[in-house]
Design a protein around this ligand. Structure first.
Ligand code: ATP
Length: 199
C-alpha cells in the first residue's frame, strides 16, 4: 500500500531540504509550489481568469503572468489575495489530487510526499494520510531566511509573521520534524523516520 505524506512548516523551516532527503531515500515528491506556477502559465484558464478579474496590466507583453506586480498588489490587499486564491486554489487542489491518484495507480507500495507550504491553509490535509510539520526555533528560522533570501531582519520577521503561527500548524501534525540542529542531524533524523515507515 502506498502512503501519502503532507509535508509543511513555516517559511525557510526546511521543507525543501527535508523533501530532498526523502527523495534520495526513495520517496516520490509532489511540489505544490511548482504546480501553483504551472496552473498560471501562458494560455491557461487560470491566467485568463486573472486577466479578466485583475486587468491586462498584470500580464506581460509575452502573455505571461507578471508575478512580481501581482504579488505586490495582492500582498497589500487582503480582498485581492482572496480573489486570486479563489481562482487558483481550486485548480491547484485538483491538479494535486489527480497527481496523487495517478502516482498511487502507477507505484504500489511507495511513499508519496506532498511538499506544500500551505497544506493546512488550503485544506490539503484531507488528501494525505499523515501530516508532517517541519519546525525550527524562531531565531534559526530568522537567520536562515535572512541568509537565503538576502532579507533584512525586519523584512524576514514580517514574512514569518504573515504566515499561520507554527504552533497552530503543529496542532495538525502526526509528526513534528525538528530542524533546529545542523544538516547532518536532520539527515540522521529523516533516515530514522524513513526506516520506521518502510518497515
Ligand atoms: P520555503 O518556505 O521558502 O519554501 P523551505 O521550508 O523549503 O523554505 P529550505 O529552503 O529547505 O526551507 O531551507 C531554508 C534555508 O535553510 C536553505 O538555505 C537551507 O539550505 C537552509 N537549511 C535547511 N535546513 C538546515 C539545517 N538543518 N542547517 C542549516 N541550514 C539549513
Amino acid at each position: 500500500m502506498s502512503k501519502t505524506i503532507g509535508l509543511t512548516g513555516g517559511i525557510a523551516s526546511g521543507k525543501t531540504t527535508v523533501s530532498k532527503i526523502l527523495e534520495l531515500l526513495g520517496a516520490i515528491i509532489i511540489d505544490a509550489d511548482l504546480i501553483a506556477r504551472e496552473v498560471v502559465k501562458k494560455g491557461t484558464p487560470a491566467l485568463k481568469s486573472i486577466e479578466a478579474v485583475f486587468g491586462k496590466e498584470f500580464i506581460t507583453k509575452d502573455g505571461e503572468l507578471n508575478r512580481k506586480k501581482l504579488g505586490v498588489h495582492v500582498f497589500s490587499n487582503k480582498k485581492a489575495l482572496e480573489k486570486l486564491n479563489s481562482i487558483t486554489h481550486p485548480i491547484i487542489i485538483n491538479h494535486i489530487q489527480n497527481q496523487i491518484i495517478e502516482l498511487k495507480k502507477n507505484n504500489s507500495n511507495s511513499i508519496i510526499v506532498l511538499d506544500a507550504a500551505l497544506l493546512i491553509e488550503m485544506k490539503l490535509t484531507s488528501l494525505v494520510d499523515e501530516v508532517w510539520v517541519v519546525a525550527v526555533t524562531f531565531e534559526e528560522q530568522l537567520k536562515r531566511l535572512m541568509e537565503r533570501d538576502g532579507l533584512s531582519k525586519r523584512q524576514a520577521i514580517d514574512r514569518i509573521n504573515s504566515q499561520m503561527n507554527i504552533e497552530e500548524k503543529k496542532a495538525y501534525a502526526d509528526k513534528i520534524i525538528d530542524n533546529s540542529g545542523g544538516l547532518s542531524q536532520l539527515e540522521a533524523l529523516i533516515i530514522n523516520i524513513w526506516k520506521n515507515i518502510k518497515d
